[in-house]
Design a protein around this ligand. Structure first.
Ligand SMILES: [Zn+2]
Length: 354
């Protein structure tokens, strides 16, 4: 468990918003070099790690995305304050008052996200949520020229500033669990797996802005089955009802039956029955706890894999995570370790199903 925690820490504390994922990619490359037969990086930046299996056995693709939601410098005010664009799905209320890092060619610059304090807001404005247009990043510069001198320019990527912290006995909190938790599970499973089939781990780019890396890598690899590892929301804290999403932290990894838009499950994945059978039977036979789930409100790389070329049987293993898309995501290391077990053993069983 300690090894897995350290791996997660390393991955989470690396910074990589969509399209700027090299640091994360390099960590995974370094972790896996001695454990796989072939590693390559494709044109978009997907890291493709292959562990060859026996002849005439299926190709199983694993997908975990390297990007985290982030921002880009859009404009520098003449007083030195920075306006920003979102890269990925943000909730404005989680943004206000946070610490960030701006990544420049001259190094990382710390900043805080400010807005007008409540004291100076008219009564009715105080009751309303503050949106992005009213926020800015304060880096302590006194002019645009000074900010530029420090290296800030339009297009610099921005990430949350935050470290992995322990919470209670088995939980951790931090930024970018979406999807470095998935990356950690994939890396650890690839290290341990001894499968009949060929296993191809893809650390995919640009998931948060439309499953882009999964699209291109699925086409190139043309696998026989695909499993994405990603996080999903839980219904175990105030404000969410269990009937909305019965998944709880600490009760095992989720196996997604379907996901997509809230109103219709459109745009998401309907998991393939054969992959579902592989995952659930593997869990049952090995006494690995798991939770079946339907996740309304988002999807994963598996969706892109499923409709690649002639279609790829696909499913998702999810890590139950609270407060997703915030700098204080929370998950259980127990779930993470059970997800590694489930993935590893499923890969070792895959040739019996495909
Ligand atoms: Zn994700």
């Amino acid at each position: 468990m300690e090894e897995l925690k350290q791996l997660l820490k390393k991955l989470v504390e690396a910074n990589g918003p969509s399209g700027h994922e090299e640091t994360v990619r390099n960590i995974i490359k370094e972790e896996l070099t001695n454990y796989v037969d072939e590693i390559k990086v494709d044109n978009l930046g997907n890291l493709i790690c292959t562990k060859k299996g026996a002849k005439d056995t299926p190709k199983a693709m694993i997908l975990a995305h390297t990007d985290e939601i982030g921002m880009l410098v859009r404009y520098i005010e003449k007083e030195g304050f920075i306006r920003f664009s979102y890269l990925g799905g943000f909730f404005d209320q989680m943004v206000l008052g946070q610490r960030v890092l701006i990544h420049t060619e001259k190094g990382d610059i710390k900043g805080v996200i400010g807005s007008v304090p409540p004291h100076l807001l008219p009564e009715e404005e105080r009751k309303k949520p503050i949106n992005r247009d009213k926020m800015f990043i304060d880096i302590g510069a006194t002019s645009r020229e000074q900010a530029e001198e420090w290296g800030v320019k339009i297009g610099n990527p921005i990430t949350w500033l935050g470290q992995l912290e322990e919470l209670g006995s088995n939980m951790v909190t931090g930024k970018a669990f979406d999807d470095r938790a998935g990356c950690a599970v994939m890396v650890q499973a690839l290290k341990e797996v001894n499968a009949q089939c060929t296993v191809i781990g893809v650390a995919s780019v640009m998931e948060e802005v439309g499953l882009r890396g999964a699209q291109t890598s699925s086409f190139t690899i043309n696998p026989d089955l695909a499993i994405a590892i990603d996080v999903s929301a839980t219904g175990d804290h105030p404000g969410v009802e269990e009937r909305q999403i019965p998944v709880k932290i600490g009760k095992g990894p989720g196996i997604t039956i379907a996901d997509g838009r809230r109103e219709s499950l459109g745009g998401g994945l309907i998991s393939h029955p054969k992959v579902l059978k592989l995952l659930t039977e593997t869990a049952q036979k090995n006494n690995i706890p798991y939770q079946l789930e339907i996740f309304e409100g988002g999807t994963t790389d598996a969706t892109a894999a499923a409709t690649s070329r002639g279609g790829v049987p696909s499913a998702t293993i999810s890590i139950p995570t609270r407060y997703i898309h915030s700098p204080i995501e929370v998950l259980s290391l127990e779930d993470l370790s059970n997800a590694v077990k489930l993935l590893k053993l499923s890969l070792e069983n895959a040739h019996k199903y495909f």
